[in-house]
Design a protein around this ligand. Structure first.
Ligand code: GUN
Length: 285
């Protein structure tokens, strides 16, 4: 079998075009969706991501409030900025780019964001709501993955889903979201015994470990849907967590890197911000 491509670039462009149209209508009611992004320090990858988020905002017609803070910023200074943005009615979403410098505790910072403005879905309240199966602000990358999976038309209920990686940003939430779709979910990680054996059972295989070409063809069942969340910057260029060409020979669907999951993350961030703007209106409350 040769896999069909799950084209996140195309799908995200369609979603962004639809968002742009909704923004025009919202603006007629005096509401401009506003996203505040906070970048602390000079992490090169973070700079790239934040630039993409700002570009996405501006293209969609959002107000983008980018706060660049120095590497030496104290936790108190960052919390003071979050307080200000929490109270700012022109700001519907707040995103603190991770990782943060070591003098700042990310859990304290994420918990300081008002849960309604937590468009990243990282606040403990939103994580709790996701666990409980209640409506929540959903983390952007997992939300984008679910959107891609649903676009295949393959029912998720009853499928064996194997997630490789247990991060709070991708692995854990995507596993919960697959469970909410009634898939049978296994989470594998660096300590998993016989990881390849688990992977080979997967109808849906999500690779989110940050190791270039970790998932090889012998780990993939014929006809599986393979989602590659990896963005590994090597000298040869961007490489995913999946050994793309040989795996694509076996899979039924596969996401490319770049152009798969990555663009969906930004589209979902814009969608979360738009939804918050629609809910709160011009009051920002
Ligand atoms: N760092 C890597 N991915 C993300 C993300 O989705 N959101 C934030 N805030 N930081 C990140």
């Amino acid at each position: 079998m040769t896999a069909k491509i799950l084209d996140g670039k195309k799908m995200s462009a369609e979603i962004r075009a639809a968002i742009k149209e909704k923004v025009v209508l919202l603006k007629e009611k005096g509401i401009v969706p506003g996203l505040a992004v906070i970048l602390v320090g000079d992490n090169p990858a973070s700079k790239v991501y934040v630039g993409q988020k700002e570009k996405g905002c501006l293209e969609a017609g959002f107000a983008s409030f980018l706060h660049r803070l120095p590497e030496t910023t104290s936790q108190e200074e960052l919390l003071a900025l979050i307080d200000k943005l929490n109270a700012d009615k022109t700001v519907h979403g707040i995103l603190v780019q991770l990782p943060l410098p070591r003098q700042i505790d990310p859990d304290t910072v994420l918990a300081a964001i008002r849960p309604e403005k937590d468009v990243d879905g990282f606040h403990p309240v939103n994580i709790g709501r996701l666990v409980a199966g209640l409506p929540a602000s959903e983390p952007c990358t997992p939300k984008g993955i679910l959107r891609l999976l649903k676009s295949t038309g393959i029912p998720l209920a009853g499928k064996e889903a194997v997630v490789i990686g247990r991060s709070n940003i991708v692995g854990k939430p995507v596993a919960l979201m697959l469970l909410a779709e009634s898939a049978t979910v296994t989470i594998c990680h660096s300590k998993t015994a016989d990881l390849a054996e688990h992977a080979r059972r997967a109808d849906i295989l999500v690779a989110a470990i940050g190791k270039p070409r970790f998932v090889t063809a012998d780990m993939v069942k014929e006809g599986a849907v393979v989602i590659d969340v990896g963005i590994n910057r090597l000298e040869e260029g961007l490489v995913g967590d999946v050994d793309y060409e040989p795996v694509a020979e076996k899979a039924s669907w596969i996401t490319p890197v770049p152009g798969g999951v990555g663009p969906m993350t930004i589209a979902m961030l814009l969608e979360n911000t738009l939804e918050q703007a629609e809910k709160t209106g011009a009051s920002g409350r």
